[in-house]
Ligand binder design. Sequence first.
Ligand SMILES: C[S@@+](CC[C@H](N)C(=O)[O-])C[C@H]1O[C@@H](n2cnc3c(N)ncnc32)[C@H](O)[C@@H]1O
Length: 263
Amino acid sequence: MSEAQALERFKSRFFSLSGHNLALYKDVDPRLERYLQRTGYPDFEALYTQLQNNPELQQDLLDSISINVSEFFRNPERFQELKQRILPQLLRDRMQLKIWSAGCSIGAEVYSLVIMMANLERLHQCRFLATDIDSYALERARRGIYAPELIHHVAKSDLSYYFGPLHIKERLAYQFKAPWRQKVHFEPHDLLSNTYPEGFDLIICRNVMIYFNQETKYQVYRKFWQSLKPDGVLFIGGAEQLLNIQELDYTPISPYFLRKNKD
Ligand SMILES: C[S@@+](CC[C@H](N)C(=O)[O-])C[C@H]1O[C@@H](n2cnc3c(N)ncnc32)[C@H](O)[C@@H]1O
């Protein structure tokens, strides 16, 4: 069997075993090859044998193909647009906002929204769900400890209100304070195989779909549409636009914000 056939067979068996379809990721093959090298199994057959009765190893493989780069107020100008253009409309029509950060990684994105809503004195109106496929990232999100470079977009005036300093192995870090962390419910969720939760006013999914191939991206957008309430907004990343977005019954408000059309 050629290397390419072995990889295809591995992906298909892993799908049957775990329900996670690796084939839906863009450029997944080199990442799987690196994983094989790093873990030291002689080939994909041997890796698969180990995976069979080892859910932790299955999770480790999934974690290794998802990339967790994140920071507070990543692309600050888009958070400004959210604050000045999108939120006023959403808040005008609604008593409560249900917000979902899908592919939340280490929590910096959803905690940025918590800070924004608290500063607007609207936090009491918000419910936050944050999900990711990567259990290790979710654990880090729940702990909420960040290196200084991940919070450099946080306003100086907000720093001590929302964060407490910590020293970890003599290095300075900042922990998002517990009362703020508790505003967010973190949960594992695979955008490619799990049922989507529903009833959201705002879904934020940035720098996640870049890893999905075009057809998968299309399906994910369609499912987000079902998860949104009419007039709800999907906030996406810079490299995640779809060309045929009108087909999906969204109206672009700007390149990064799509409104679900009313039925
Ligand atoms: C680059 S991070 C983006 C984090 C955050 N949204 C941001 O923009 O700062 C991408 C995240 O997507 C998650 N991810 C990748 N595939 C996923 C899937 N199928 N379902 C849910 N999350 C996924 C990864 O685990 C990773 O934490």
